[in-house]
Design a protein around this ligand. Structure first.
Ligand SMILES: [Fe+2]
Length: 163
C-alpha cells in the first residue's frame, strides 16, 4: 500500500502558520495525503517553538513536527515541548539532551512510517556525526518498517548530498 507523505519546510512565525491553515486541508484532500510532517522550529515568533503553537499546528492537521538548531530557542518551553512525542529534535545531539530524534508513525491505513531528524555540521554547531547517527538509527528503525523518512536539517548542499 503506497503512503503519501507531505513535508512542510520551516514554518516561520504567524505568517507561516496562517499560510499553513489556508492551504493544508486543500493540499491534503487534493493529494490524499496520509501523513503530514512539518518543520516547526521557527513557528513561534520566528524563533523556536512553544507548546501553544505546537498545539495549533497539530490542530491544523500536522501529525509530527521536526526540529533543528532553533528548536531550543524558547528555553523555558524546551522540557514541555519534548514531553510530546510528536515533536522531534535532531538525533545527533549529544547523549543526555532532552527529546528524541526519531519516531514511528502509523497511517490510518495501518502502514508504519519511521521519521528520523538529523542536523548538519557544516556552517552549523558541532554535534555528533550525522552520518554515523543515521547509520545507527536507520539500522534500528528498519527493524520496525522499511519506510524511513529523513529530515536532514543542514546548511550546505554538499553535506546534504553526501548524506
Ligand atoms: Fe534551523
Amino acid at each position: 500500500m503506497p503512503v503519501k507523505i507531505l513535508f512542510v519546510g520551516d514554518i516561520v512565525g504567524k505568517p507561516g502558520r496562517q499560510a499553513l491553515s489556508r492551504e493544508l486541508h486543500r493540499l491534503v484532500d487534493r493529494h490524499t495525503i496520509d501523513i503530514v510532517i512539518a518543520n516547526g522550529e521557527n513557528s513561534a515568533g520566528g524563533f523556536g517553538l512553544t507548546v501553544e503553537v505546537a498545539k495549533e499546528l497539530f490542530n491544523q492537521g500536522v501529525h509530527l513536527l521536526t526540529g533543528g538548531n532553533h528548536i531550543w530557542d524558547k528555553k523555558e518551553q524546551v522540557p514541555l515541548i519534548f514531553s510530546d512525542r510528536r515533536i522531534l529534535r535532531p538525533a545527533n545531539y549529544p547523549a543526555g539532551a532532552l527529546g528524541s530524534g526519531s519516531t514511528v508513525l502509523t497511517t490510518p491505513g495501518g502502514v508504519k512510517v519511521a521519521v528520523l531528524n538529523l542536523e548538519g555540521r557544516v556552517f552549523m554547531k558541532s554535534l555528533e556525526c550525522p552520518f554515523l547517527t543515521a547509520d545507527r538509527e536507520i539500522e534500528r528503525l528498519k527493524q520496525e518498517t522499511p519506510i524511513i523518512f529523513v529530515d536532514f536539517h543542514a546548511e550546505a548542499t554538499s553535506e546534504k548530498s553526501a548524506l
